[in-house]
Design a protein around this ligand. Structure first.
Ligand code: GLP
Length: 234
């Protein structure tokens, strides 16, 4: 794992955007794996800026997002589909038909998970996967567990994640209890991974990068990836 330490969140956005820019220029129809949360926001702002100044062209780009809450319609302001439209897709020249987020309203969530993995495979696999990290080391919504999850699946959010994400809702009761998340296998199959982390994730990232590789700290699995870069605020 390679680590780039930066001074502040603006630098985090710029450094991560440099990686995205160079990958997109190498492969204009890149399949990008994308993440939500506050940490990627400076990166998304920088990508919009580079689109507006003619540096990055998103017209051929395809995207798959990591996760989505079960039970939130796409128009819900806290759905991850809404987040992606609002913070990136509505501001660049991407074809929305080429942007994919698991459907949290699917009648059959288990079938939706299978459809999502098949979709990623049919798109040729993820070229560049962006990740954030939870305070408990979760990737996407892959919570600490006894085993690493393989495929896209429905998971029950831990109390700590519900608490952490309640800041976006009226209260913790409003936070969905279930989510669909891409599994660790699909994440690890990405050709390149960039994980962004703020200064508040220092402790968990130290454990993930330097401790045992364990599903109890899902992010520790990145030690096994051949091209994972951590961009972290000191
Ligand atoms: C959510 C998302 C994760 C994200 C995490 C961290 O739980 N499912 O994909 O990495 O939040 O978010 P933040 O960057 O806001 O700390």
């Amino acid at each position: 794992m390679k680590q780039i330490l930066v001074k502040n969140t603006d630098d985090l956005g710029r450094i991560a955007a440099d990686i995205f820019e160079s990958e997109i220029k190498n492969k204009p129809d890149l399949l990008l794996g994308l993440a939500t949360g506050s940490t990627p926001l400076p990166l998304y702002r920088e990508l919009i800026n580079r689109y507006e100044t003619g540096v990055i062209d998103f017209s051929g780009i395809r995207t798959v997002n990591l996760d989505e809450y079960v039970g939130l319609p796409r128009a819900h302001v806290q759905s991850y589909r809404y987040f992606m439209d609002d913070n990136l897709f509505n501001h660049v020249n991407i074809d929305k038909a080429n942007t994919h987020v698991p459907d949290g309203m699917a009648d059959d969530p288990a079938a939706e998970c299978m459809r999502y993995d098949a979709l990623i495979d049919s798109l040729g696999g993820i070229d560049l996967q962006l990740l954030g990290v939870g305070y408990n080391g979760h990737l996407g919504f892959n919570e600490p567990d006894d085993v690493f999850s393989a495929n896209t699946q429905v998971i029950k959010l831990t109390d700590s994640t519900i608490q952490a994400n309640s800041r976006f809702f009226e209260n913790a009761d409003e936070v969905p209890k279930l989510a669909i998340t891409m599994g660790i296998k699909q994440i690890m199959l990405a050709k390149k991974i960039v994980l962004v982390a703020g200064t508040e994730k220092k402790d968990i990232m130290n454990k993930a990068m330097n401790g045992d590789i364990s599903p109890l700290i899902p992010a520790s699995v990145l030690q096994l990836h051949r091209d994972a870069t951590i961009v972290r605020v000191e």
